[in-house]
Design a protein around this ligand. Structure first.
Ligand code: SF4
Ligand code: SF4
Length: 179
């Protein structure tokens, strides 16, 4: 039994020395950042943006789901209603000094408004400069899913009648169910 344990220990030692030895003769992989910038995967999580629908309108409907999902409470906003009945955020703020880039806000958002991007080069020494307002966050494109329009799926009647959205059935006339 003891010989078996000694043999296993020796095998572990030899294999780890062999691995180290192999790497001694390998060419080092050193990326000279910032001269060389690696192309990050599209789903990398860094700077957050607020995107727009295909018609150019703001996607955010100020539903507070992202701020509710955020584990560090770094999203705040106010909700308002426009004259056409559509909800929007008169102001929207993210404190990037607290953000941990977990992506939960993006997962929670029903309109695909809030999205994380691979852009990580925006660090600051002054934490107050890491507080981004709506005008800093709002972009003029749709981000990862430019064709998505919440109001084509939502079942709300601000832009289309109920029953006319994609994959939506016409509302049931409750009086037709009466005995
Ligand atoms: S990425 Fe995470 S921590 Fe940052 S704002 Fe979104 S939910 Fe909050
Ligand atoms: S970004 Fe999305 S989840 Fe957050 S308030 Fe706007 S619509 Fe709701």
């Amino acid at each position: 039994m003891i010989f078996k344990e000694i043999a296993e220990g020796a095998q572990g030692l030899i294999s780890s020395y062999a691995m180290s030895l192999r790497h001694v003769f390998r060419r080092p992989i050193t990326e000279q950042y910032p001269e060389y910038k690696r192309q990050l995967p599209e789903r990398s999580r860094a700077r957050i943006i607020l995107t727009r629908s295909p018609d150019g309108d703001e996607r955010c409907v100020a539903c507070y789901l992202c701020s509710g999902a955020c584990p560090v409470d770094c999203i705040s906003m106010e909700s308002g209603i426009r004259e056409d009945g559509r909800r929007y955020a008169p102001w929207f703020r993210i404190n990037f000094a607290r953000c941990i880039y977990c992506g939960l806000c993006e997962e929670a958002c029903p309109t695909l408004a809030i999205q994380l991007t691979p852009d990580f080069e925006f660090s600051q020494n002054d934490p107050l400069k890491m507080v981004y307002e709506k005008e800093d966050l709002l972009v003029d494109h749709g981000g990862k899913d430019p064709d998505y329009d919440f109001y084509e799926h939502a079942g709300v009647s601000e832009r289309s009648d109920k029953g006319t959205h994609r994959k939506e059935q016409a509302p049931v006339d409750v009086k037709s169910n009466l005995p």
